[in-house]
Ligand binder design. Sequence first.
Ligand SMILES: NC(=O)c1ccc[n+]([C@@H]2O[C@H](COP(=O)([O-])OP(=O)(O)OC[C@H]3O[C@@H](n4cnc5c(N)ncnc54)[C@H](O)[C@@H]3O)[C@@H](O)[C@H]2O)c1
Ligand SMILES: O=P(O)(O)OC[C@H](O)CO
Length: 340
Amino acid sequence: MPVLEEKKTADHFHHIGVLGAGSWGTALAAVASYKGAVTLWGRKREIIDAINQRHINPDYLPDIIIPRTIHATDELNDLSSASALLVAIPAQKMRSVLRQIPNDSRPLILCAKGIEAESGLLMSQLAADIFPHRPIAVLSGPTFASEVARHLPTAVTLAAKEKDIRAALMQRLAIPTFRPYASSDVIGADVGGAVKNVLAIACGVVAGAKLGNNARAAVISRGFAEMNRFGIALGAKEETLTGLSGLGDLVLTCSSELSRNFTFGKKLGEGYSYEEQQKKRAVTTEGVFTAPVLQRVANKLKVEMPLVSAICDLIEGESVNSVLERLLSRPLKGEYSFSV
Ligand SMILES: NC(=O)c1ccc[n+]([C@@H]2O[C@H](COP(=O)([O-])OP(=O)(O)OC[C@H]3O[C@@H](n4cnc5c(N)ncnc54)[C@H](O)[C@@H]3O)[C@@H](O)[C@H]2O)c1
Ligand SMILES: O=P(O)(O)OC[C@H](O)CO
């Protein structure tokens, strides 16, 4: 007898688990609590208590009132009755957290933006490495957590290979101010989020070193060409890279001081070294960790990413003037595949 696959519906995902009680995990929990139950897991007891008792997250979103229906916990076992898991853990910590959750068939919706430094894997590749048979989705797009948590409107890409899971998750997570668009291109959605963080550092450098508005637009445009080349080499679709998770998020992060990556770059451009900033910064700045591994993977794929390399050089301590001179004195070339 053929086994009938159960068709997933939004109701099936009534109870959502969220891993990571930082700014993005908390904002996503607020979104997911609109239509159903949410359990939010974090590792810091004082934050868990503050969310459950005072309905605030004092360290990460201090000005936001968190919906009372959200239950926070520091016990991973408390996520056992959730039917899908949103994962909002920094990329470099993703593997250690995924290794602690059971290997079952509940979909993972990956919400981190980065590449694992050691393996060179995108988040969806890393998750598939640990759970080869599990449905993996990527949620990515222009989403400052502080705006999402205040229910200011935005739209995101929700990418998953399995059509019924994708459709059900979209219905479950869509609220009047948070509009997911479906895609099957998991790699494309992953690439956009990871690469835009590095390019946002570049735009921050432009602002900090006062290189002008023209320079910023040129970095966004040429940076997008790099994102495109890298994505295509990994099998991403061009339409995903020009969508919310690619160009959409690139434009957002390259033009706002709300971005931690942009702000880090701005300080670099003002002359504060990586080391000086590390002493003071407690916030997650994914592009700093993604830049060198992105450069490594791109070199392996023979994909040219001069702006990404420039950011690596700046992080290693080279001056803005010297990096800029090298970038601008490269041989003249055609735009995209056009040959001079
Ligand atoms: N904040 C945003 O606006 C936003 C929006 C979209 C995507 N993202 C992405 O979401 C991911 C998480 O970023 P964030 O903004 O929430 O960072 P954050 O700095 O606000 O919070 C990070 C959270 O991860 C937890 N954490 C760190 N190491 C951990 C470990 N080993 N085990 C368990 N928990 C650990 C911290 O305790 C904290 O709760 C990043 O990849 C980021 O690019 C962030
Ligand atoms: O603060 P950033 O630079 O990590 O950006 C946050 C989000 O990724 C914006 O979409």
